[in-house]
Write a protein of this length. Structure first.
Length: 245
């Protein structure tokens, strides 16, 4: 990595290709998710090593409920194992986990683990977001409804501003996505962080997620560092976004 070039403050990952990775090896799809969970842990730690302030992983979308029940159960079991192991991690003391999405649909046991994970950590330096039962359109919709609810209560009929809406998104207080990485060769963002990725640099990799390595991560960051981020201007690098609190 070039120590002088700026690294992204916020990297988001669409972890695509777990099922294909398994099928290519004649294995059940859940085996791909097992290997993908190992990659999730390795890449998350690699981002922390590279001083990435905010890391967001698309773990389970609102559309993923259409998958076979056995596959869904396998994904949720892996999440349980990850959270239980997370409490033992030394990094947990300085990294705050946030869950983006509607977690009310999960079991009481799973919700208890989620709640515990979100309250651990002191002297926070980094933020790890796990998008679970998440959809970008739903995120914007719930933010708009939250603003309207407050407006109705106060009798405020002034126009809603972008800044006001952003304060009610699941990522409130966090910088927008700088670099969005999708593995598995598909070239779309699949309803992920639609508002937050308005000016994100997009990086699509042919590597299936279970095979995505630190080398691949560094290649994506180097690609990001070569791009001229004008934010709609000519050569304006854009304003610095607020620091996560």
């Amino acid at each position: 990595m070039d120590g002088f070039a700026p690294v992204p403050r916020h990297i988001a990952f669409i972890m695509d290709g777990n099922g294909r990775w398994a099928q290519n090896r004649g294995l059940p799809r859940v085996s791909g998710h097992v290997q993908g969970a190992k990659t999730f842990r390795a890449i998350g730690n690699a981002c922390l090593d590279r001083n990435i302030e905010v890391i967001t992983f698309f773990a389970f979308s609102t559309e993923n409920w259409k998958r076979p029940k056995a596959e869904i159960a396998g994904i949720l079991k892996l999440l349980d194992l990850y959270l239980k192991d997370w409490f033992k991690e030394e990094r947990a003391a300085h990294t705050r986990i946030h869950f983006l999405g509607d977690t009310s649909v999960f079991s009481a046991k799973e919700r208890a683990l989620i709640e515990k994970a979100q309250t651990t950590g002191t002297e926070i330096k980094n933020h790890l977001n796990i998008a679970l039962n998440y959809g970008g359109r739903a995120d914007i919709t719930q933010a708009a409804n939250a603003v309207l609810k407050r407006r109705f209560a106060t009798g405020d009929d002034s126009p809603i501003t972008e800044e006001e809406l952003a304060l009610h998104l699941s990522t409130q207080g966090m910088p927008d996505v700088d670099l969005l990485i999708r593995t598995g060769s598909e070239m779309r963002i699949s309803n992920f962080l639609l508002w937050q990725s308005a000016y994100a640099e997009l990086y699509f990799s042919d590597v299936l997620w279970p095979d995505f390595s630190e080398k691949d991560l560094d290649e994506a960051i180097r690609a990001y560092q070569t791009r001229n981020r004008r934010f709609g201007g000519l050569n304006d690098p854009g304003g610095k976004e607020p620091t996560v609190s």
